[in-house]
Write a protein that binds this ligand. Sequence first.
Ligand SMILES: [Zn+2]
Length: 339
Amino acid sequence: MDPRGFPTSLPEFQKVFPDDTACKEYLENIRWPDGFICPACNLKAEPFRFATRSSTVLRCRECKKNTSLTAGTVMHSSHTPLSTWFWAAYLVTTQTPGQSALQFQRQLGLSRYETAWAILQKLRSGMVRPDRDTIGGEYMVECDECLIGGNSRGTGRGKHQMVNVVAAVEVRLRKEDEDRAAKRNQKHDGGKPLKRMFYAGRLRLRVIPNRNTAVVTRFVQENVTVGSTIRTDAFAGYAPLTSLGYVHQPLALNGDPEKAEAHLPMVHLVISNLKTWIMGTHHGAIAHYHLQAYLNEFQYRFNRRFYPMTAFNSVLGIAAKTLSPRYEDLYSGVWAHPS
Ligand SMILES: [Zn+2]
């Protein structure tokens, strides 16, 4: 269990949300942490509840108006039980490999593939909203491009199907290591290799039509805060970054692959994970015009991997109406563990 009370494994999750009643309690708790307040007449009093398993309605004692617990969420007017939605959202937001509709159908024990597919589509629609703020600032950013796709099944050719993707990722120093690094610099040179003190911060991914200078610099300008330090390879397309107000650290032109690896370890790791996910979960079979949506999904999960509850609430459409959009703030004890 996460210190904030959010389950960190599927068995734990199933214990916390064993049935629809537990899910209803969760929804009610998030919306009215201090007890039900009728949206129609503002009366704060215990509402009437309905015993049927599928009912998500609370009725005001005073004005008799019904309020739906699922209004404004992706679960509204769905025939799928809440517990299935919850389980699906958990799988989609926390499992690193992501889920194909077929894996999903099996894991949730759904009888129809179409149901699994529809749930997945709805949850994904909550993930394709791009993160709008820029990354970098106090953190250094690594930027690189790669080719994605190129699965030649059915057509017999490879390269022409490859799509250019550009990635930028923050490199952050672990808090506890900042002190250690400071101490070490004062005292001695030995100790833990510096590389392991870093972790990836926020990520931005975009499908680009080509690697022209204008294209890659526009990506940087739209995604990285001006003034940030940016590391790239020696590709000339990034040359204007200095004049655009960035602290540009390109790899030396004659750099060999090993030097490139040492220069851009974080973005290479992210790209490698992205490729593994696309090839593994989706067998590379993603149409070009869908690729950006998948990149958004990958980015969404990646950027919230330390905030599983935020990701979970957000894909279900719970967070948007009741909580602040700043995801760092979202999990500050709003949720009480259903006992
Ligand atoms: Zn009322």
